[in-house]
Design a protein. Sequence first.
Length: 290
Amino acid sequence: MLEELERRNYSDGTIRHYLRFVEEFAQHFGKSPDKLGVDQLRSYQAYLLKRRKLSPGSVEHRISALRFLFVRTLHRQEFRQFLPYPKVARKLPNILSQEEVTRLINAGSDLFQRTLLMVLYGTGMRRSEIVRLKISDIDSQRMVIHVVNGKGGKDRDLPLSPALLEALRTYWRWLKPRIYLFPSRMHRDQERPISDKTVWHACTQAAKKAGIRKKTSPHLIRHSWATHLLEAGTDLRTIQLLLGHEDLEVTARYLHLSQQHLHQVANPFEELKLASVELSSRLYHRPRRP
């Protein structure tokens, strides 16, 4: 399975997760996964949803790994129909206001965490992209940040604001990283990148300290950045390219989150010729309580 994943050039993160999910499946039944069949697949999917109470999105990732094992690696095409994806509710995410973003960044525990939060909001990067960000990816001459090998193996450029560049220079003078912009403190001698969990914890810790009750994550900051871009007048196609979305329909959901676009809607309720509330209160009597 590892050879098949590498041959198809899957990302390191996807490979790691797929192998772990298949390992969990095998350990659950105490057998090699190629010895398991349809009945085990059905009961395992029900176990993930009913017993472990995983979200449909988490179960979907595990089903993708098992599909790869049985269909791609073991060439058992008939198993495709026995591995349906669970229905996932498409909920609109919460959005941080710019005032909340300011509080979040100011609540960073040190310059390392504050700069990490600033780059998250100033670029809209995914956390898997920001952990691999290198000093060489910051082009101060062209005022862009290069995202190398982003989701789907695609590169893209992001605008680098002068304010963010100044903050990055202050941060570099303080820490002096050599390769990665955010090196792991556990391996300073080898300059390894931080883990994506470090990015997650930076968001949750700062949010708690700032008194933000919304469930704050790197992806919420990404959603907030995109929504604020839209409210500032940036067109959807540009936002799609900046976020690295394949489909414009995915980007279009930010229309539902933008206050500016919601308030621009001409509500037909305004055209109704209704009696005034004061007149209505005189025409209708309150019902007597029994």
